[in-house]
Design a protein around this ligand. Structure first.
Ligand code: GDP
Ligand code: IMO
Ligand code: MG
Length: 430
C-alpha cells in the first residue's frame, strides 16, 4: 500500500508545496489531511506562479485527483475562489474531491480568532486569523458543522441556530462585539452548495481504492512539525496535527499504509508568528535581513515578514523521529550562496549551564536556551543552475552531508531555486 507523506520539519514554509508538486507526477491522488487556508503553498511552473491555500498541490497534473480529506477545515468561499483562480489559469479542477466529514470554518470562528488574539495583547499567538483554532475547538466540542451538513439545509440550519446562540453570547457578552445573524450565514453558505456539491465525496473510500490498486497516494502536509498541536512549541502552534501521524486520522488510513515520509527542511529556518526560536537571527541582524530578502521570506498567506534563523539540527533530528522520516528534501540552498560562513545549531545551553542534546520538553527551558553552533564554510558562488550533485561546489555538498550525518536520514533532494526544475536528485549511496 504505497502512501507517501510530505511533511514540514520546522515551522512551516519549508517548500512543501513545490515538493508535493514534484512528487505528484508519479501519484494518482494528492491528499491534504489537516489544516485549512492558514497554509500557503507556492509552486512555480514555467514561470507561472500558483499560490494554493486549500487545494492540494497535485492539482497541476491532469492525472492527479486532488483530495481535501476529513481532517481539513474548510472555508467554502475560499475554496470556491481558489478553484476559480485555478480555472482562470487553465487548470482543470472538476476532479477535486472534498470530504463530507471535513469541518466548515464559519464566520464566527474567524471573528473569535480575531478577538481572542486582540484580547491576548502581547501574549498573542500571531495566528493567521483564518478561524482555524476555533473551528478545531468546535470539532472537539462536537458542535462543529461539517461539509455534509450543507447537503441538508434543515439540519444545517438547526445546527447553526444551536451553536450560534452560544457564539453570539460569547461575542456580545465577553468580547463586546455585535451578534451574528443566522439567516445571513445560512443564506451565504447554502447559496454555495451548487458549486460545492459536485466535489463532495467519501474521500476515505477513494484513498483506499487507490491504495488497493497499488497506486501512489501522496499526502500533503500543511504547517509543520513544530506547529503541531501535540508536538510543537505549544501554545505557539496551530490546532491540528501536521506530523506524518496526522495522516492516519486526517485521511483515514492506518500507519502501515505509509511507506515513504519525506521531511522537507529549509536550508536555514524561518518562523511566522510568536513563540520560541532558539537559532533566530534577531531583527536588525544583517545576515537575517539578507536571508529574508534573498529568500523572499514574506508569508504567502498573510504577507508577514518571516523571522529568520540558522538551521537547527537538534530540532530537525527530533522532527525526523516524530515523523519517522524515510528521507529529507532540503530547500532554498541557493539562498545561502553568498554567505562566507554558515552556522548550524548542534546543541543548546540552558541558563543554568546545562547542555542539551535534545529539544527540551519543558516550555520554560525551551524559552531560555541558547544555541550551540558549529560553523561550516560557505561556497560563495551561485548554484541556481545545478542539475546534479556533481554540479554543486564542495562546500555545498559538505553542508548537505553534514545534515545527513547529524540526522542519519538520507537526503534525497536538494532544491536550488523555486521553479519545478531547479532540483537536484540524490540517489542513495551518493
Ligand atoms: P510551503 O508552505 O512549505 O509550501 O512553502 P511556501 O510556498 O510558503 O514558501 C516557500 C517559498 O520558497 C515559496 O515562495 C517558494 O517559491 C520558494 N522556494 C521553494 N523552494 C525554493 C528554492 O529551492 N529556492 C528558492 N530561492 N526559493 C524556493
Ligand atoms: P504552510 O502550510 C507558517 C502559524 C501562524 C501562527 C500559528 C497558529 O504554508 O507551511 P493558525 O492560524 O494556524 O491558528 O496560526 O501557526 N502558521 C503557519 N506558519 N506556515 C504555515 O503554513 C502556517 N500555518 C499557520 O503564523 O504562528
Ligand atoms: Mg507556506
Amino acid at each position: 500500500m504505497p502512501g507517501a507523506v510530505i511533511v514540514g520539519t520546522q515551522w512551516g514554509d519549508e517548500g512543501k508545496g513545490r515538493f508535493t508538486d514534484y512528487l505528484a507526477k508519479d501519484a494518482s491522488l494528492c491528499v491534504r489531511y489537516q489544516g485549512g487556508h492558514n497554509a500557503g503553498h507556492t509552486i512555480i511552473v514555467d514561470g507561472e506562479v500558483f499560490k494554493l491555500q486549500l487545494v492540494p498541490s497535485g492539482v497541476l497534473y491532469p492525472h492527479v485527483v486532488p483530495v481535501i480529506g476529513n481532517g481539513v477545515v474548510v472555508d467554502p468561499a475560499v475554496l470556491i475562489s481558489e478553484l476559480d483562480m485555478l480555472s482562470a489559469k487553465g487548470v482543470e479542477v472538476s476532479r477535486l474531491r472534498l470530504s463530507g466529514n471535513a469541518h466548515l470554518i464559519m464566520p464566527y470562528h474567524q471573528e473569535i480568532d480575531r478577538v481572542t488574539e486582540r484580547y491576548l495583547g502581547k501574549n498573542k499567538l500571531g495566528t493567521t486569523k483564518r478561524g482555524i483554532g476555533p473551528t478545531y475547538a468546535d470539532k472537539a466540542l462536537r458542535v462543529g458543522l461539517r461539509v455534509q451538513d450543507l447537503l441538508d439545509p434543515k439540519i444545517f440550519r438547526e445546527k447553526l441556530d444551536l451553536v450560534l446562540r452560544e457564539k453570539n453570547g460569547l461575542l456580545s457578552k465577553v468580547y463586546n462585539r455585535l451578534p451574528m445573524d443566522a439567516n445571513e450565514i445560512a443564506k451565504t453558505y447554502l447559496d454555495m452548495v451548487p458549486r460545492l456539491e459536485p466535489h463532495i465525496d467519501d474521500t476515505v473510500h477513494l484513498v483506499h481504492e487507490s491504495l488497493d490498486a497499488g497506486e501512489w497516494v501522496l499526502f500533503e502536509g500543511a504547517q509543520a512539525t513544530y506547529l503541531d498541536l501535540d508536538h510543537g512549541t505549544y501554545p505557539f502552534v496551530t490546532s491540528s496535527n501536521p506530523i506524518a501521524g496526522g495522516v492516519c486520522t486526517g485521511a483515514g488510513v492506518g500507519p502501515l499504509a505509509i511507506q515513504r515520509v519525506v521531511g522537507v527542511v529549509k536550508a536555514y529556518t524561518t518562523r511566522v508568528g510568536s513563540g520560541p526560536f532558539p537559532s533566530e537571527l534577531l531583527e536588525g541582524d544583517p545576515i537575517g535581513d539578507d536571508l529574508v530578502e534573498r529568500g523572499r521570506e514574506f508569508g504567502t498567506n498573510t504577507g508577514r515578514r518571516r523571522r529568520p534563523g540558522w538551521l537547527d539540527l537538534v530540532m530537525l533530528k527530533h522532527a525526523t523521529r516524530l515523523n519517522t522520516c524515510t528521507e529529507l528534501a532540503i530547500t532554498k540552498l541557493d539562498v545561502l550562496s553568498p554567505l562566507k560562513e554558515l552556522k548550524v545549531c548542534v546543541g543548546y545551553l540552558g541558563d543554568d549551564g546545562t547542555r542539551y542534546e535534545h529539544v527540551p520538553y519543558h516550555q520554560s527551558v525551551m524559552h531560555k536556551i541558547k544555541p550551540i553552533y558549529e560553523t561550516l564554510p560557505g561556497w560563495g558562488t551561485d548554484i541556481e543552475r545545478a542539475e546534479k550533485i556533481s554540479d554543486l561546489p564542495t562546500e555545498a555538498k559538505d553542508y548537505v552531508q553534514f545534515i545527513e550525518d547529524f540526522t542519519k536520514v538520507h537526503v534525497s533532494f536538494v532544491s536550488v531555486g523555486p521553479s519545478r526544475d531547479q532540483l537536484v536528485v540524490l540517489p542513495r549511496g551518493e
